[in-house]
Ligand binder design. Structure first.
Ligand code: PLP
Length: 399
């Protein structure tokens, strides 16, 4: 009676959302402070001061009829100009307002981009280093493409030989997410430059471009060097950006697509992005937040809050005997489960009120994702539970 694909998507919630809902219910039963919810990437750090100040000022100073109305479909032109100017000056690459499309966050940016690039029914492939953000499977399938996971190296960085092997005549997109959810990896300049070379060569050989789609909601959340801007290493690049994480704005739904002017057919590609936004019914990105972020581009992200969380969690879990890779960015710790079946491990963790996401939906087995964008007190209070979980496995081994 109803669309079967949509019904299935609606009925089988993502593993992350499922666990988040479980946590909400569990908190009602055992008390908020007794559940250690590391499920969802909902930022907890205060947004930059600029954001709250600008919101207040806009509400006080701009007449509501001018503040809340529709903007142009791709976004208010002055906002697009400000974003283009920011990209040009911050990253030293060409960009024009006419290639910036304001969206409802990274999800919408990705959906518009995939729909713009992929042709339905052709089985066109999107390569993605695994592990990867689970919603990619939904977005790519909905745009008519096929998501092809490609293994990464031992540190979850790019395995260029594996990417080269995975390229076929049907490859249209390589999708990168750095800083990465769920591993915290931040790809180095050299590896991105090498990827650029590889894609340039492969595109030339088949005489049609392979696009690099860079999903960048964590760009400002890095603990080392600032990540290289992908448009500076490869011409056929589309950046899908979101203010959700860097500005603690996840619920307000604001981001953008920026098409590199060096892309083959950049203007047409941009028009297709606009067409996709229209077909998806986005109309325009939230007007109040377009106007707000315009004044806060480049405002410092609360990276130190997450660095302190990372340091505490990584050091404590390593001390207890867990094996984790050190996150270089974002706010996720990727940790080896204490048994091969990560789902079984996460079920056991629930008995200690620890909500961890099994890695299976990220495209690899045997790990869990710990989302540490929580209040520091949650991490502090959770440590005895992590210890008890470890002890429960040690005890089981002895018996
Ligand atoms: N891409 C990645 C890698 C993410 O982690 C997320 C959210 O967690 C998104 C996209 C979606 O971001 P948004 O909330 O801006 O749609």
């Amino acid at each position: 009676m109803f669309n079967r694909k949509m019904l299935r998507l609606g009925e089988e919630r993502s593993a992350i959302r499922e666990l988040y809902e479980y946590g909400l219910a569990r908190k009602k039963i055992v008390g908020e402070e007794n559940v250690f919810d590391f499920s969802i990437g909902n930022p907890s750090a205060p947004p930059p001061a600029c954001l709250t100040e600008t919101l207040r000022r806009l509400i006080d100073e701009v007449p509501p009829e001018l503040l809340h109305g529709y903007t142009s479909a791709p976004g208010a032109y002055d906002v697009r100009e400000a974003v283009a100017n920011y990209i040009r000056t911050q990253f030293g690459v060409p960009m024009s307002a006419t290639l910036v499309y304001m969206t409802c966050g990274a999800s919408a940016s990705l959906m518009c981009t995939f729909q713009a690039i992929l042709s339905e029914g052709e089985g066109e492939e999107v390569l993605v280093p695994a592990p990867f953000f689970p919603e990619y499977s939904v977005f790519v399938a909905q745009a008519g493409g096929v998501l092809v996971p490609v293994p990464t190296d031992a540190r979850f960085h790019l395995d260029l030989a594996a990417i080269a092997r995975a390229i076929t005549p049907k490859t249209r997109v390589v999708l990168l997410n750095s800083p990465n959810n769920p591993t915290g990896a931040v790809y180095a300049k050299e590896e991105l430059a090498a990827l650029g070379q590889l894609l340039r060569k492969a595109s030339a050989e088949r005489r049609s471009p392979i696009f690099l789609v860079a999903d960048e909601p964590y760009r400002e959340l890095t603990y080392g060097e600032a990540p290289v801007y992908p448009m500076s290493v490869y011409e056929n690049t589309v950046v899908c950006y979101s203010f959700s994480k860097s500005m603690t704005l996840a619920g307000e739904r604001i981001g953008y697509v920026a098409v590199s002017p060096r892309c083959e057919g950049a203007d047409e590609l941009f028009s297709a992005v606009c067409g996709a936004g229209r077909a998806l019914g986005f109309v325009c990105a939230p007007a109040l937040f377009q106007k707000t972020v315009k004044h806060c581009l480049g405002a410092p992200a609360p990276v130190e809050v997450y660095r302190a969380n990372r340091d505490l969690l990584y050091a404590s879990l390593s001390d207890m005997g867990y094996t984790c890779s050190v996150p270089e960015g974002a706010f996720y710790l990727f940790m080896q489960a204490l048994e091969p079946d990560a789902r079984a491990f996460c079920e056991r963790a629930k008995a200690f009120e620890l909500l961890l996401v099994p890695s299976d939906s990220f495209g690899v087995g045997g790990y869990v994702r710990i989302s540490y964008c929580v209040a520091r007190s949650v991490i502090e209070r959770s440590l005895p539970a992590f210890r008890a979980l470890m002890e429960s496995y040690r005890g089981a081994r002895k018996n």
